[in-house]
Design a protein around this ligand. Structure first.
Ligand code: EPU
Length: 346
């Protein structure tokens, strides 16, 4: 039997994706296949091309909104494996397959004395999605540690390696969301971590909690977990995709104008003389925090998190649109949705 026949036999039809997206939206994949190896991925790409099927790679499903059923072939990237090698004193290079769970990996690093990722504990999702949105939290982002990303080119089916520079990382963005959108399937991520403790504890909520303690890796890891658990809902209990919008970045002039009207507005200076605003604050000030709209709502402890109580993608997007409209009307600030939306244009 050829590989491509093996793939055909593994493809499921009209497959419910509810358990494969952290918003628990009950949308269906026209075709679905679990991918456990790079060669299987290559075969699936050949098959999709032959059958003229659009492919949609998903992994942990924690940063996507299924607006409708997904046509074509959904590939569940389930590649596993972690390998580490010490290249120089004080650093360790680690290759992680795309289907490894992010938080389990951060925990493994802590237990092995590989440091730097403690601030990124408890972020939902798998490794393969992490570079796409350059995951970040509590003053640290993935791009600080990323050496390269292993991909398979969707068009050619060939493996390629993108350097950190190729990835063109920014705040919650990368080449995978911009010029290389849909061009590659990420199969692995290569990171360089430190074998010496690293402490980034300037983020106010973290600094406050750690005050008076030595900021050891374990204390940082535990404190980040504690902060996240205190305000971010566990997607397994209350379906969500974390922050639904990016924190908007505006000109200093616009920020100054907002400060004159709302002296208490939180603002953060960022590169290029620009100012980052807290989307959660803008949304809360529009009265959405803890509010429910039918089968969806805004989390009562973090206004940037939309939660799903058995609604569908359309319900979530209608609420998001309402929030965007009211924030634009009140503050003249445009909010940008952070997760990727699938299904509505397919
Ligand atoms: N705030 C409110 N109302 C709220 C929540 C927060 O007014 O309901 C205000 C706070 O007072 C604070 C500011 O908003 O001044 C920032 O709040 P917080 O520290 O909770 O962080 P955030 O900006 O809302 C971002 C990330 C999170 C990340 C935290 C910590 C984005 C889009 N979100 O949230 O990432 O965990 O900082 O670094 O950048 C995610 O991307 O899914 C995510 C959870």
């Amino acid at each position: 039997m050829t590989d491509s026949q093996v793939i055909v036999e593994q493809i499921l039809k009209s497959f419910d994706l509810k358990d494969f997206n952290s918003l628990a939206i009950p949308a269906k994949a026209e075709f679905f296949c679990s991918i456990d190896s790079v060669s299987q991925l290559q075969q699936a790409l050949v098959y999709a091309k032959q059958q003229n099927l659009k492919i949609t790679p998903i992994s942990g499903g924690s940063n996507l909104v299924l607006a409708a059923d997904v046509s074509g072939l959904v590939l569940h990237i389930n590649l596993k494996g972690v390998s580490a090698s010490t290249v120089e004193d004080n650093t360790v290079d680690i290759s992680v397959a795309a289907g490894e769970n992010w938080h389990d990996f951060v925990t493994l690093c802590l237990n092995n004395g590989w440091h730097g990722l403690e601030n990124l504990a408890l972020i939902p999702g798998n490794m393969g999605a992490a570079p796409i949105q350059n995951i970040g939290a509590y003053g640290v982002e993935l791009s600080h540690f990323l050496q390269s990303v292993d991909v398979v080119n969707v068009e050619t089916g060939q493996p390629e390696v993108l350097t950190g520079e190729d990835c063109d990382f920014g705040y919650r963005t990368s080449v995978f969301k911009q010029s290389a959108l849909d061009k590659y399937v990420i199969t692995g991520v290569n990171l360089r971590l430190s074998t010496q403790p690293v402490a980034h504890v300037n983020y106010p909520a973290l600094a406050e909690l750690i005050e008076g303690h030595k900021p050891t890796p374990k204390i940082i890891f535990d404190s980040v977990c504690q902060i996240r658990r205190s305000k971010l809902p566990d997607p397994k209990e209350i379906p969500n995709v974390g922050s639904f919008f990016k924190n908007p970045i505006v000109s200093k002039q616009q920020a100054d104008q907002l400060i004159r009207t709302y002296p208490e507005i939180p603002t953060f200076s960022v590169e290029g003389g620009l100012t980052k605003l807290a989307a959660a604050w803008l949304i809360e000030r529009c009265g959405f925090k803890g509010k429910r709209q039918g089968k969806v709502g805004v989390h009562h402890k973090q206004a940037l998190v939309l939660v799903n109580f058995e609604g569908n993608g359309e319900d979530v997007l209608l609420l998001a649109e309402k929030i965007k409209t009211q924030v634009a009307e009140k503050f003249a600030v445009v909010l940008e949705v952070e997760p990727r939306i699938y299904g509505h244009t397919q």
